[in-house]
Design a protein around this ligand. Structure first.
Ligand SMILES: Cc1cc2nc3c(=O)[nH]c(=O)nc-3n(C[C@H](O)[C@H](O)[C@H](O)COP(=O)(O)OP(=O)(O)OC[C@H]3O[C@@H](n4cnc5c(N)ncnc54)[C@H](O)[C@@H]3O)c2cc1C
Length: 477
């Protein structure tokens, strides 16, 4: 009888793992178990009454690097090339990113010339922060918060405005708690290897081998900064699910995994409430905190390491306006915590992807709410109302973008614990989990946003690597 691999979770990580398992020369039997009725996890696109697309989760995928190229290769293999909406390098959404500081929008400097010019909200040209960086000695700690790292190397303005905002934009997190080693491994490694982050990034870590396809070449030639799909990013998990089903993978929807137990012969029993599955290997692509609740008592040490990986919530408010226009053209803006503890940033969806504006076209923006403000609201224990989030978002759009009219369409979603936080010492949690799995030879592999990167590309890569491990082959990097 062939081997069976059960994949827990039908988010992008679990689907990517199943995709690579199903394409192996001797594929095992693959069963994906997903608790909700739809696959895709946080990737969720909703169509408005006028045909406009509203992204409740991610809205753009970066094509850069080996991981970006591998995702594009998968897109082509799924037959989605004609659905891709690129943001080309010369487009305002690729060129302009803003910070909202001191009650005004400031465009972030780009290119070499931008570094020598005064660029408010920074008091001096960023060239000086770069010069300072080149002279600083290498850090000695095995890990450091993003804030402390940036302050030590680039000065307090870059730390408290730029890196604070970046951590809010990518992780909805606090730069004073997040780990530079785990959140920005290329910066950490550059300092370790070359003493200076700038030198390290300039000299580069060497190009890793990249796949090649017509779509990848087009993305490089046109210098895409990101891409989406015509019907929204959810087309990607949907196409994966169809492809997997055609290849004989079984996707169980609406089936929450209730627990895992080890059988005497070393196989897993995966409990689904009133039924169960047997597996030779399990790939977990559910959040670390969820897996920690499913593990058997023999794996208590592993469960302890996993439940120490926290996650934060984000309230996503999609707004649509008819007859309104933005004061600037760009990808969007980020807001540092010193400016507003609750508004992480606003994405100008219509600038990057006007093809998704509906008919007649309406201006779409998305306000991301989170940070210490949302944590206080959640800790307050009162029911968090949609009206509260909508009001907060409309205030932000009025103050920060001058859009004072009422939106013609609004969607409000509170995504609880949606972004894992790689806090200081995250690497030690991963190391103890890996040591436990190796020492006990558990047929279990971890994938997903909880471990080595939250971006969609990172999640797809984690699935690819988990599949290779489950097949007993080492993934090429
Ligand atoms: C608001 C927001 C905006 C984002 N924007 C971007 C962006 O623009 N670009 C980008 O690259 N990334 C972005 N990200 C990050 C990225 O979307 C996520 O990190 C990624 O989608 C996570 O995928 P995953 O498969 O690891 O986890 P999930 O999407 O969480 O999938 C896990 C799956 O497991 C299922 N599950 C949970 N418990 C069980 C159980 N007991 N049994 C069975 N199934 C279970 C869940 O239902 C879910 O489907 C964003 C994330 C959010 C939340």
């Amino acid at each position: 009888m062939g081997r069976t691999v059960v994949v827990l979770g039908g988010g992008i990580s679990g689907l990517a793992a199943s995709y690579h398992l199903s394409r192996a020369p001797n594929p095992p039997k693959v069963v994906v178990v997903e608790s909700s009725q739809r696959v895709g996890g946080w990737i969720h696109s909703v169509r408005g009454p006028d045909g406009a697309i509203f992204e409740l989760g991610p809205r753009g995928i970066r094509p850069a690097g080996a991981l970006g190229a591998r995702t594009l290769l998968m897109v082509s293999e799924l037959g989605l090339d004609s659905e891709v909406l690129p943001v080309r390098g010369d487009h305002p959404a690729a060129q302009n990113r803003f910070l909202y500081v001191g009650g005004a929008l400031h465009v972030l400097p780009t290119g070499l010339r931008g570094l020598f010019r005064p660029s408010p909200p920074f008091t001096k040209p960023l060239f000086w922060a770069g010069l300072r960086e080149l002279t600083k000695p290498r850090g000695k700690e095995p890990d450091e918060t993003v804030h402390s790292f940036a302050q030590r190397r680039l000065g307090s303005e870059v730390a408290s405005i730029a890196m604070d905002s970046l951590c809010r934009g990518v992780f909805a997190g606090d730069s004073r708690e997040l780990s530079v080693r785990s959140c920005f491994p290329s910066l950490f490694q550059a300092e370790q290897t070359h003493r200076s982050v700038l030198l390290g990034l300039l000299l580069g870590a060497g190009q890793s081998p990249q796949p090649d396809s017509a779509l990848i070449r087009q993305a490089r030639a046109e210098r895409w900064s990101q891409w989406s799909l015509r019907g929204g990013l959810e087309m990607l998990p949907q196409a994966l699910a169809t492809h997997l089903t055609n290849r004989g993978v079984c996707i169980l929807r609406g089936q929450p995994v209730r627990g895992l137990s080890l059988q005497p012969e070393g196989r897993w029993k995966v409990s689904l409430g009133d039924s169960s599955l047997e597996a030779d290997h399990v790939i977990s692509a559910v959040p670390a905190s969820v897996l920690s609740q499913l593990l058997p008592a023999e794996a208590a040490l592993l469960a302890r390491a996993l439940c120490a990986i926290p996650a934060v919530s984000v309230a996503v408010v999609n707004l649509q306006y008819h007859g309104a226009s933005l004061p600037v053209q760009g990808f969007g803006h980020l807001v540092p915590s010193s400016e507003d503890p609750g508004v992480l940033g606003i994405v100008y969806d219509s600038v990057a992807f006007p093809e998704q504006d509906g008919s007649p076209p309406g201006l779409r923006v998305t306000v991301m709410l989170g940070g210490s403000w949302l944590q206080m609201q959640e800790a307050g224990g009162q029911g968090l109302s949609e009206q509260l989030f909508q009001q907060q978002a409309e205030n932000a759009v009025a103050t920060q973008l001058g859009l004072k009219e009422s939106p013609s369409h609004c969607l409000v979603h509170l995504h609880k614990n949606c972004i894992p936080q790689y806090t200081l010492g995250h690497w030690k949690k991963l190391e103890s989990a890996a040591q436990f799995l190796a020492a006990h030879r558990l047929p279990l592999t971890l994938a997903g946003a909880s471990y080595d990167g939250v971006a969609v590309n990172d999640c797809i890569e984690s699935g690819r690597q988990a599949a290779a491990r489950a097949l007993g082959t080492e993934p090429d990097r």
